[in-house]
Design a protein around this ligand. Structure first.
Ligand code: GDP
Length: 137
């Protein structure tokens, strides 16, 4: 069964909407195969987002991701990667379809509530970044 990584970002954790966001996944056929709340270090956030290291928003992105705890999950289900991306909505919440997680819970392109892997290949690496095998059940 396909797996993908989801992160509830510091803005949504601070708002107390972890449960509401998890409900979106569970209500749409995605199973929570692993979950943990943690505080990322700067080095961890820089490493996780290394692909964006040359982008002008990299520093802001890293600062935001370490501004408070995050809630990381492995989502599992048929077409889990694409399904999660659909449920998340567009990167910029102002452009996100009504009813998507970002439309309902995000405030800005920085504080956009959730991260989701953007390919099945990236999902495998991102899952390894957060979870060891015995934490995924
Ligand atoms: P995602 O896959 O929808 O999360 O989007 P990307 O992989 O393109 O970007 C990763 C994250 O960087 C996004 O979720 C945003 O938090 C942030 N980001 C992307 N583009 C911009 C931008 O133009 N400006 C700012 N400030 N942040 C951005």
């Amino acid at each position: 069964m396909e797996q993908t990584l989801s992160i509830i970002k510091p803005d949504a954790v601070a708002k107390g909407v972890i449960g509401k966001i998890v409900d979106r996944f569970e209500s749409n056929g995605l199973r929570i195969a692993a979950a943990k709340k943690l505080q990322l270090s700067q080095a961890e956030a820089e490493s996780f987002y290394a692909v964006h290291s040359e982008r002008p928003f990299f520093k802001d992105l890293v600062e935001f991701m370490i501004s408070g705890p995050v809630f990381a999950m492995v989502l599992e289900g048929e077409g889990a990667m694409a399904k999660n991306r659909d449920l998340m909505g567009a990167t910029n919440p102002q452009e996100a379809e009504p009813g998507t997680i970002r439309a309902d819970f995000a405030d800005s392109i920085d504080a956009n509530a959730v991260h989701g892997s953007d390919s099945v290949e990236n999902a495998k690496n991102e899952i390894k970044f957060f979870f060891c095998d015995r934490e995924i059940v």
